[in-house]
Write a protein that binds this ligand. Structure first.
Ligand code: G3P
Ligand code: MG
Length: 252
């Protein structure tokens, strides 16, 4: 079997900061996750109209801010003034959206690690890959870099061109034809699949290709046990109070 890439990331990765406990993709969510002992975080990054990488899942502002409309038409100066917390609960009223620079400034001194999902607004895959990878290379210089992942090969290809040394992972919701060739041609070190796709055959295919196997989004202990038994390398979860991130199932 080919050697596996070195793997600095913890097994347990908190989804969107701290999943459901706090407003997703805000620094408030990362604070909650870190307080519960989580050392690695997945979050979604896209670009403002003026090209600032910031964290948000949806392609519109409607669900997670106090404003409506598509994400990619406002400059960061406007986005930064939105309330991205009230929709979740009064305790987080006024929590602003986070940009990548603020997140790095908060994570790095604490040695927390990141899985950054490139989630471009429509039509911006290439620009998002380029700008995010360039920004990450600058902010994380000399440190353990975020694992860059995306459902969009175009975003990963642009990230590779801009910063070839950053680790990349292809995200898969289904096993679309040619997925392995795509992951290999993008120089991916890992594939991150919907947890139900991760079955023994897929696990073996990834191992044979020298790639790490990660899954999203696992919130049930029984499903987590199944995946641990399969020998996966990482698990993204919303259930930040259900799982104990201090216990690494790969070593215990
Ligand atoms: O990165 C894994 C997972 O976050 C992908 O799905 O929709 O939660 O971003 P989604
Ligand atoms: Mg995501």
């Amino acid at each position: 079997l080919p050697p596996l890439p070195a793997w600095p990331y913890p097994f347990w990765i908190a989804h969107r900061g701290a999943g459901l406990e706090a407003p997703e993709n805000t620094l408030g969510a990362f604070r909650v996750g870190a307080a519960l002992g989580w050392r690695a975080f997945e979050c979604d990054v896209k670009l403002s109209a003026d090209g600032v990488p910031f964290l948000m899942h949806d392609s519109t502002l409607d669900r997670t801010t106090n404003r409506q409309g598509p994400c990619g038409v406002l400059d960061w100066s406007s986005l930064s003034r939105l309330d991205a917390g009230s929709w979740h609960s009064p305790a987080f009223a006024g929590e602003p959206p986070a940009n990548l620079e603020d997140l790095a400034a908060w994570l790095l001194p604490q040695d927390l690690l990141l899985n950054l999902e490139l989630k471009p607004v429509p039509g911006q895959a290439e620009r998002t890959g380029t700008v995010v990878a360039t920004t990450v290379a600058r902010l994380w210089a000399g440190r353990t870099p975020p694992l860059l992942s995306s459902f969009e090969p175009q975003a990963l290809a642009a990230a590779r061109a801009a910063a070839p040394d950053l680790p990349r992972a292809l995200l898969l919701e289904t096993l679309r034809p040619g997925w392995l060739r795509t992951a290999e041609s993008l120089g991916c070190v890992a594939v991150v699949t919907h947890h139900r796709l991760m079955q023994p055959t897929l696990r073996a295919q990834l191992r044979a290709a020298g790639m790490r196997a990660l899954v999203y989004t696992v919130n049930e202990p029984e499903e987590a046990r199944r995946l641990v038994a399969l020998g996966i390398d990482g698990l993204i979860s919303d259930a930040v109070r259900t799982f104990d991130p201090r216990r690494d199932p790969r070593t215990t």
